[in-house]
Design a protein around this ligand. Structure first.
Ligand code: VG1
Ligand code: CO
Length: 545
């Protein structure tokens, strides 16, 4: 064991989902090490553990620097006294798989190496996140303490030891610490097999049902090959872009209609398969498509909640509750009401769902950013959502579009869009949000898009389980007709600022409206309230999802 002297970096505050920076920032001497030691110091403080009887899980999405960072972390974890380290073969583990491994093997926690849907490579992004014993992202109290720790760090512990061979499963030794190289698929697949009726999904593929799954050259490739093609019998070629690449083939591994253009084109072609899906870099997000049909994440969550009890054995006894992040469409709220369960509204970021699930208050949850999941793990889970949809299609034997249209007939439709304005300058963007925040008390009564502002606030959340409060989680403007305008700055970017403007309008019109037309008045009102053009010189968003 050796102790290395270091000095703090001032920019290591975890955001919505861990610490994300340009890869070159992470590659600076001591940068990764400082953060990892800050995590260990914090976890030691919170758990009172000396690590001597504890297990830590390590793995990532395979992006550039994943392998090197894993070796650094293994040496540091051994030097910090962990008894056992579980690492995915080739350093690979999807985010939901890390969660599954932590839970099934009783680990103290895990370090996930990923910048999720951000591009990968030497000139792109890298990230690291700590997950706690329940398998979910560390709650804010811990991430804030980690940040404080990074500001005062003066030394870290490591070993002088060559890199380990992580290409084969087996047990290695790093001084006194056992390093177990595990098959990244095993724990995750076991969890999934407990939930879904594999027989009935196999029967679906045995007929002429066809699907296209785009792994976006990222970590879900091996999981999808194994589960969809090998276990469920989907024909070879169902999975495309199925080999994890360090730069994701130069693309954004972000499963939306813009970035999954190849898949979208196939699903809109005359001979399109019945079902299309994609996952992001680390496997926790999902995109659901039918023939010529895009299912918004909010609708997907609502439809999954509507059908889970009927179509998926793991939810046979019904749902204990539901949850969505604040900007996410309220479609799930109406399903919850019909089911007679509570729907919780949390701030953006998966870390806020963990307590609800641990306390048995919530079974399914989701976010508008293509994240859906349940209490089978404590992360959002892209392939889980895909299997939920397959189960719904196997039971109903209806096309994706019909399932969603029927949902709109029954519950009404939440027309919903997110407009991202990327690459804004930080100072004017921050000032823009601050100015609107100051104006919030004066807004009620103001006419907007044929309705009137009923309520405006900066969202604050008090966790019903531990009583902790998180403030300033996004500006919400609620209209009398139930429409909403929400805005906040992204907490996952690695450069300058991204504004997210979310708009929602609920209608009982069978869902046949043209979304751009329905939402235009809200989009315009949002831009005007923010004074977007005047303050940031921008009119049109960079991405609409
Ligand atoms: C974004 C999404 C948020 C999601 C987070 C992490 O955060 O909006 O819903 O939880 O990414 O997702 P932000 O702060 O940029 O809006 V992932 O797939 O990066 O772990
Ligand atoms: Co992700």
């Amino acid at each position: 064991m050796k102790t290395v002297q270091t000095t703090p970096f001032t920019d290591q505050r975890p955001g919505t989902s861990g610490l994300r920076k340009k890869t070159r920032v992470f590659m600076q001497p001591h940068y990764l090490e400082n953060f990892v030691q800050a995590v260990f110091n914090t976890v030691r403080e919170f758990t009172g553990s000396g690590f001597g009887s504890e297990t830590l899980v390590v793995g990532g999405d395979g992006r550039f620097y994943n392998r090197a960072a894993t070796q650094t972390i293994l040496r540091m974890a051994a030097a910090n006294g962990f008894r056992r380290l579980l690492v995915g073969r080739d350093s690979l583990l999807s985010t939901p798989a890390v969660s599954a491994v932590i839970r099934r093997r009783g680990a103290l926690g895990g370090l996930v190496l990923s910048a999720s849907h951000n591009p990968g490579g030497l000139d792109a992004d890298f990230g690291i996140k700590y997950n706690v014993r329940n398998g979910g992202p560390a709650p804010e109290a811990i991430t804030e303490r980690i940040y404080e720790e990074t500001l005062s760090i003066s030394e870290y512990r490591t070993l002088d030891h060559p890199d380990l061979h992580l290409e084969h499963e087996g047990t290695l030794l790093l001084e006194k610490t056992e390093v177990v190289v595990i098959d990244p698929l095993v724990d995750y697949t076991a969890v999934i097999e407990e939930l879904f009726a594999f027989e009935s999904l196999r029967a679906l593929f045995a007929e002429d049902f066809r699907m296209q799954f785009d792994a976006m050259n990222a970590v879900t490739g091996p999981y999808a090959h194994h589960i969809l093609e090998q276990l469920l019998g989907a024909p070879a070629g169902t999975v495309i872009n199925g080999t994890p690449l360090e730069d994701f083939g130069g693309h954004h591994p972000d499963p939306n209609q813009v970035n999954a253009a190849e898949l979208v084109a196939r699903m809109n072609a005359p001979d399109a398969p019945d079902f299309g899906a994609a996952c992001d870099g680390d496997g926790d997000r999902n995109l659901i498509l039918g023939r010529n049909f895009f299912v918004t994440p909010g609708d997907s969550l609502a439809v999954i909640a509507e059908y889970a009890g009927k179509c998926i054995p793991g939810y046979r006894n019904g749902l204990a509750g539901a949850a969505r992040s604040m900007p996410t469409s309220t479609a799930i709220d109406r399903v919850a009401e019909t089911l007679g369960i509570t729907c919780y509204e949390t701030p953006t970021g998966w870390k806020f769902f963990g307590n609800l699930m641990d306390a048995g208050l919530c079974t399914v949850c989701g976010e508008e950013s293509f994240g859906t999941g349940s209490n089978h793990v404590r992360e959002k889970d892209g392939l889980w959502a895909v299997l939920c949809w397959l189960s719904i299609l196997a039971t109903t034997r209806k096309p994706v579009a019909s399932v969603v249209r029927q949902h709109w007939e029954r519950f009404g439709r939440s027309y919903f869009q997110r407009h991202d304005y990327e690459g804004l300058e930080l100072t004017p963007a921050t000032q823009m949000i601050a100015a609107l925040r100051d104006k919030l008390p004066t807004l009620p009564g103001l006419p907007v898009g044929g309705s009137r502002i009923a309520h405006a606030d900066d969202f604050s959340y008090t966790d019903p389980v531990d009583g902790s409060t998180s403030t300033r989680q996004g500006l919400r403007i609620l209209l009398e007709d139930g429409s909403r305008i929400v805005c906040r700055l992204s907490g996952t970017g690695t450069e300058v600022a991204t504004l997210r403007l979310y708009v929602e309008r609920y209608r009982r019109d069978g869902g046949g409206g043209v979304i751009e037309e329905v939402l235009a008045p809200l989009v315009n009102a949002g831009r005007e309230l923010l004074e977007l053009r005047e303050r940031c010189g921008r009119e049109e968003p960079t991405v609409i999802t």
